[in-house]
Unconditional design. Structure first.
Length: 485
């Protein structure tokens, strides 16, 4: 039932998105060719094309837009996505889809270039396209907001609401209950718990415990429950079997939630081995196609940044000269061993910020606020993260990525993994120059636990849009941080 409800909601969102986009496309035509405001500023020198010519593209739009919106995660019913994040996801989707639409029309025109009766039919106004992008971004945001407002009013009035009872008020049951409460857009309403802690315990996390497991049938009937979610721990397997037997003859949609919370290291995914269901406990989104897309972005953006910082804005040569002038003896570039994807090591490039052989007597140690090993120019390079710019070479080479968990030195990795749970999970993806933890202030000599928390959030929720967001935030938050020493 949950899958059906989710698919139904996705279908409704797809329908609203398609209708919004078609309206924006048609409206763009009338604004461009049937509006005195636009015609006065940009007269149609080639004449006014027939509306039917523009209607020919609607089947292409209807096919293309849902696909692009899907790949930007706009049909994933996520908890906690802000309206700002959705706006930028829609903006990027519309820009990409419009570029693909233009490419399609150009391809058809080239294909039919020797057929003058066909090729002109695929010529479209750039003014219409520009208006369409602006109107479509607006229409998609307005359409989705209107749909959410309508659904909220409908379910608040109790129309077509499905009532859910959760068996088990432990950690797993509370997690299920909190998720149901958070996803009100699916039309579910939480009735409460049944748990053997009753009647001694009246509630958990503000949710009432309505009876014991033996009383599930009576509680479900009394409260009109439509669904029963069984969320019992593994050590109560006998109770689970007895409960299923007791309620199997009732008109309840029964779902069993496997107790995998304590074992799931990154994200649990159901797989299939020739008909045998297999649960993968450590699936990450950065695999296959996603990793290739991320790698393409690393090469394009990294190469462009290297060229710009070397030639157009000669920051690299200037920093090299300052290091030679104020950095004392030693090389300009420091090469240091770091750890990246799957625990592999590589040589990272950085501008040297400390005196030569700074760790000769101490071995690997953390930099401190008043570290005497820093050179005068090194203090400023570290404060503004300029010492890390040569890592663009590592990005282009494929050692690391633009965005990801910061690469750590192997001696520190050995130290942290013995004391910090799930520390090594950050090496399920390539390390990065910047990351979600860094733009939120967790870098340098700060809490390792909080850094891991933010790194794991990035790994679980990766998307190309999140990478772009982190890169933009780096420009505003990534320089001059107080812990950068």
């Amino acid at each position: 039932m949950v899958k059906f409800q989710t698919r139904l909601m996705v279908a409704v969102f797809v329908l609203v998105d398609v209708l919004s986009t078609v309206v924006a496309w048609v409206l763009s035509y009338f604004l461009r060719f049937d509006s005195s405001v636009v015609l006065g500023a940009l007269p149609a020198t080639k004449g006014v094309p027939a509306l039917s010519q523009y209607l020919l593209l609607i089947p292409v739009i209807v096919s293309l837009w849902p696909a692009v919106l899907y790949f930007h995660g706009l049909y994933q019913l996520k908890r906690g996505r802000s309206r700002i994040d959705e706006f930028f996801a829609i903006l990027f989707s519309v820009l990409i889809a419009s570029a693909l639409l233009l490419g399609t029309t150009l391809y058809v025109r080239v294909y039919y270039r020797y057929q003058p009766e066909v090729a002109p039919m695929w010529e479209y106004s750039q003014g219409v396209m520009a208006l369409f992008v602006a109107l479509d971004v607006l229409a998609l945001n307005v359409g989705r907001s209107a749909l959410r407002a309508y659904l909220k009013r409908m379910w608040s009035a109790g129309y077509n609401v499905r009532r859910v009872l959760v068996a088990g008020a432990g950690e797993l049951g509370q997690q299920v209950a909190e998720t149901i409460v958070a996803h009100r857009e699916l039309g579910f309403r939480l009735v409460g718990f049944v748990d053997d802690a009753a009647p001694a315990v009246k509630e958990r996390s503000g949710i009432p415990i309505l009876g014991t497991l033996e009383e599930t049938t009576r509680v479900a009937a009394a409260h009109g429950a439509d669904h029963l979610y069984i969320a019992l721990p593994l050590d109560e397997h006998a109770k689970l079997l007895r409960l299923i037997k007791n309620v199997s003859n009732e008109c309840l949609d029964i779902k069993v939630v496997p107790d995998l919370v304590q074992y799931a290291t990154v994200k649990a995914v159901l797989e299939d081995l020739d008909g045998i269901p297999i649960i993968s406990l450590s699936e990450v989104p950065l695999r296959g196609w996603n990793s290739m897309v991320k790698r393409v972005m690393d090469i394009v953006v990294g190469s462009a940044a290297l060229v710009a910082l070397t030639l157009a804005l000669p920051l690299f040569p200037i920093i090299a000269l300052l290091i030679k002038w104020k950095g004392g003896r030693g090389p300009v570039l420091l090469r240091q061993e770091r750890m990246t994807l799957d625990g592999k090591t590589f040589r990272i490039y950085k501008f040297r910020t400390m005196v030569e052989n700074a760790e000769e007597n101490t071995g690997p140690v953390w930099a401190s606020a008043e570290d005497p090993r820093r050179t005068p120019i090194g203090i400023w390079l570290r404060r503004f993260n300029l010492d890390e710019l040569p890592q663009l070479l590592n990005v282009v080479r494929g050692d690391m990525s633009l965005v990801g968990p910061r690469p750590e030195r192997p001696p520190f990795v050995q130290q942290f993994k013995e004391h910090i749970p799930q520390y090594m999970l950050r090496h399920r993806v390539k390390s990065g120059i910047t990351g979600w933890a860094q733009v939120n202030g967790w870098r340098g000599n700060t809490s390792i636990e909080k850094r891991i928390e933010y790194d794991l959030y990035y790994i679980e929720n990766w998307s190309l849009l999140l990478d772009v967001k982190i890169l933009i935030l780096t420009l505003f938050r990534g320089f001059g941080q107080k812990h950068a020493y």
